[in-house]
Design a protein around this ligand. Structure first.
Ligand code: TYM
Length: 379
């Protein structure tokens, strides 16, 4: 696609989610589906998630399964590439926590420590081990059903995943992996083989050793993720029939933007554009104060001409986390009319984001070793 790169390894400027959905062949999400979800689960889909979810693959079939009391499970993951996760990572895990509590289903969380070793130049396995522990603590703080959630690292769970990795490995041609992920002839064998590791958890057979999967080796998998991860699951869906499993369903979300512009993706490789979950209130305020504003440069111009929240990063950040439609709209109109200045918008949003991060940090500091071991089922 011209001018728009979105792959699991590289996300450039996002000019149009609509185009991306078209190109990937996903189905746009509809209000009808949200309403059906609400009716069937008795759970309101918060305003911010209605904006955040953009498309899906067979989410309608998942709702059919739920209606027919057919079991399914959720699957998501994280590649530990920084010792703290950022605000953009909080979203998918909070969303999974929300879905798990609405559906009351098992959730498996894959930590791709192998991926980061293979794809992030210069990172040693020892460094990744430390990041892994820190990231798992971040994830646990997102509040899951402790008896229905399993977190695993690829390097420790590989023997359980391996039978499915082998089955898929026998079926999927090299050229397919190359074209799906843009790998070239000189891409290392390790990178080439990695997608099998991210695909294997899409099939319940990989978890038959877990009590929550017992007797249900053919459960459907449902994968909430930002749209950059879709290529893995497109591949899984194509080969699901051949490994005799239902196709995994996918729920795609947008990216939380970085601080430099609403068309970027927040990423830990750019620390100044990114709000980490370990940042102090002072750091967060400073970062949001330096974020791209949709207001006018001169105060008198701003009062006269007003600002544009569509390109204002602080207001956009708020829309990803806040469920209060009236307040968001009030801020939008006041900014547009020049009644709220750029500085006031930044401070208001900083207060809100600080409250979210502070709440997260409180839960994280309450994560005990016992709980950590429980999620990894080490006991
Ligand atoms: P990773 O660690 O890059 O990202 C973890 C999850 O966060 C999403 N994400 C974002 N969402 C919103 N805004 C952002 N700015 C943002 N940045 C990242 C990612 O899409 C992902 O959902 N290979 C994967 C780990 C993985 C995985 C999975 C993810 C393994 N199995 C199954 C989803 C589903 C990775 O490196 O994610």
């Amino acid at each position: 696609m011209k001018g728009q790169t979105v792959t699991p390894f590289d996300v450039g400027t996002i000019t149009s989610y609509e185009k991306l959905i078209n190109e990937f062949g996903c189905t746009p999400i509809t209000n009808d589906l949200f309403e059906r979800f609400e009716r069937m689960t008795g759970t309101k889909m918060p305003r911010q998630y209605r904006d955040y979810v953009i498309s899906h693959r067979e989410f309608d079939v998942v709702l059919d399964d739920f209606e027919n009391k057919k079991p399914f499970y959720l699957y998501t993951g994280r590649g530990p590439s920084s010792s703290s996760m950022h605000l953009g990572h909080l979203l998918p895990f909070q969303f999974c926590s929300f879905l798990q509590s609405a559906f009351k289903v098992p959730l498996v969380i894959q930590i791709t420590d192998d991926e980061k070793f293979l794809f992030k130049k210069g990172l040693t396995m020892d460094e990744i081990k430390i990041m892994t522990v820190e990231n798992i603590r971040d994830i646990i703080a997102c509040d899951f059903d402790r008896d229905l959630t399993f977190i695993f690292t690829n390097t420790s769970f590989v023997s359980d995943l391996y039978p499915m990795v082998l089955k898929l490995g026998n079926l999927i041609p090299t050229s397919k992996v190359q074209s799906t992920f843009g790998f070239a002839a000189d891409t290392s064998v390790g990178k080439l083989g990695f997608p099998l590791m991210q695909c294997a958890p899409s099939f319940a057979e990989s978890f038959t050793g877990l009590p929550m999967f017992s007797g249900k080796p053919k459960m459907r998998c449902v994968i909430p993720c930002a749209i950059d991860q879709d290529p893995y699951f497109r591949l899984c869906r194509e080969f699901a029939g051949k490994v005799k499993h239902p196709k995994p369903a996918v729920i795609h979300t947008k990216f939380l933007p970085g601080l430099t512009g609403v068309n970027t993706k927040m990423s830990s490789s750019n620390t100044n554009e990114c709000i980490f979950l370990c940042d102090t209130a002072k750091q967060i305020r400073k970062k949001i104060n330096s974020a791209f504003s949709g207001g006018q440069e001169l105060l008198e111009d701003h009062r006269r001409l007003g600002g544009n929240t569509d390109i204002d990063v602080p207001h956009t950040l708020l829309t990803y986390f806040c469920s209060d439609t009236n307040w968001i709209e009030h801020l939008r109109v006041s900014f547009r009319e020049g009644n709220i200045t750029c500085g006031e918008m930044k401070n208001t949003v900083a207060d809100y984001i600080i409250s979210i991060v502070t709440k997260f940090q409180k839960s994280r500091s309450a994560v005990t070793q016992d709980e950590y071991d429980h999620y990894l089922m080490r006991k």
